[in-house]
Design a protein around this ligand. Structure first.
Ligand code: PLP
Length: 368
């Protein structure tokens, strides 16, 4: 049996008719960028996430950069973040000229360890970027309390957590500003690149709107500030509008798949993800940890099962950040996670037969 990491063709089938209709309409009208579909998507996601401001943009990395630019982060500033995440969480900091300050993760959820944050705060600290890794919410009460105490804004990297919530409070509504990615493999994935910034602060939201169009305000070709060209195309927005109504159903199916795996894999020498049985973890990736990670990866590959390593190199050890002076052993929990984490397919369209095949293969690996 061949099991891919994700099944985008099945998703497309569901929305093909509506998507093609909208795409034809856009091409007939030739309103191609930041039009009614972008507005519809922004309104839908703002309402869903319970925030007043949503500003679409070109991709999730730009969304993070726009968050930092809106907060005024610049050269000489420090931004605290996690080393165990996708690259752009930290590259966005460096790209606006600031210095990423990495804090080790906690061993259970592999999130930034809140207990270590205050130890690295300096007068230069101007923001904290947290990541709801693999779709699981961070300990936001604790993190927001630290931000409040020190007057440091919190940026939520919610590229993997759109729809995650705790007691009805949605991902993206906890901090000061938040970044979404609509990269095709995310839980709400588009037909190309796409991103969005969310904020509870209307002034920040208005600033992001200017920053995404070269810093222009209401008077064309008058630039109030330096900005990016980071607009979203209508064709990409209409695809997301078509898929958005399925997001909650898809997230629930991901959770069900994860719960199924946790039940079936219990007792094996694996460190399974801790699931609360609510929407606080919408399973962007189902990741467990084991010492013999690479062996299992190869075994599953031979069985036709795609796996993923998220993430093989913690960011403090990336070549491009060597000048920051971190060394192997500095952030041991993140380094261990990078060495032992393995993701197995958990996408919504996975069948029971496929899940059982994956479970049987993992059991066979340990029974050999
Ligand atoms: C995908 C991702 C991003 C970047 O989004 P792009 O749309 O690919 O630029 C940033 N942070 C995290 C945690 C991600 O998973």
């Amino acid at each position: 049996m061949n099991i891919p990491p994700i099944n985008l063709k099945a998703q497309y089938k569901k929305v093909k008719k509506e998507m093609l209709k909208s795409i034809h309409e856009i091409l007939d009208e030739q309103k191609l960028i930041l039009g009614k579909y972008c507005t519809e998507l922004e309104t839908a996601i703002a309402g869903f996430s319970g925030v007043p401001c949503a500003v679409s943009c070109a991709n999730g990395t730009d969304a993070l950069i726009l968050c930092l630019m809106a907060l005024g982060i610049k050269s000489g500033d420090e931004v605290i973040t996690t080393p165990f995440t996708f690259f752009s969480t930290a590259s966005s900091i460096a790209l606006v000229g600031a210095t990423p300050v990495f804090v080790d993760i906690e061993p259970e959820n592999m999130h930034i360890n809140p207990a270590l944050i205050e130890g690295v705060i300096t007068p230069k600290t101007k923001a904290i970027i947290i990541v709801h890794l693999f779709g699981k919410l961070c300990e936001m009460e604790q993190i927001c309390a630290i931000g409040k105490k020190h007057g440091i804004p919190i940026v939520e990297d919610m590229a993997q957590s759109l729809g995650a919530s705790q007691n009805g409070k949605m991902s993206g509504s906890f901090g000061d500003i938040a970044a979404i990615s609509f990269y095709p493999t995310k839980n709400l994935g588009g037909i190309g690149e796409g991103g969005m910034v969310l904020s509870n602060d209307t002034a920040l939201g208005e600033k992001v709107k200017k920053l995404r169009v070269h810093g222009m305000g209401s008077i064309p070709y008058h630039h109030e500030m330096l900005g990016l060209n980071s607009r979203l195309d209508e064709i990409k927005a209409c695809a997301l509008v078509a898929k958005f109504p399925y997001l909650e159903l898809w997230n629930r199916k991901r959770i069900e798949n994860a719960q199924y795996y946790n039940r079936k894999l219990k007792g094996l020498p694996l460190k399974l993800p801790v699931l609360k049985g609510d929407l606080s973890h919408i399973i962007h990736q189902y990741v467990f940890r084991l010492e013999r990670r690479d062996e299992l990866l190869n075994f599953l590959k031979e069985k036709g099962i795609a796996t993923g390593i998220y993430y093989p190199v913690p960011l403090h050890l990336q070549d491009c950040f060597l000048h920051l002076g971190y060394k192997k052993g500095d952030l041991p929990v993140a380094e261990e996670a990078a060495r032992t984490s393995l993701a197995i397919p958990a996408y919504p369209e996975l069948t029971k037969a496929e899940k059982d095949y994956i479970v049987a293969a993992i059991k066979e690996f340990f029974a050999r």
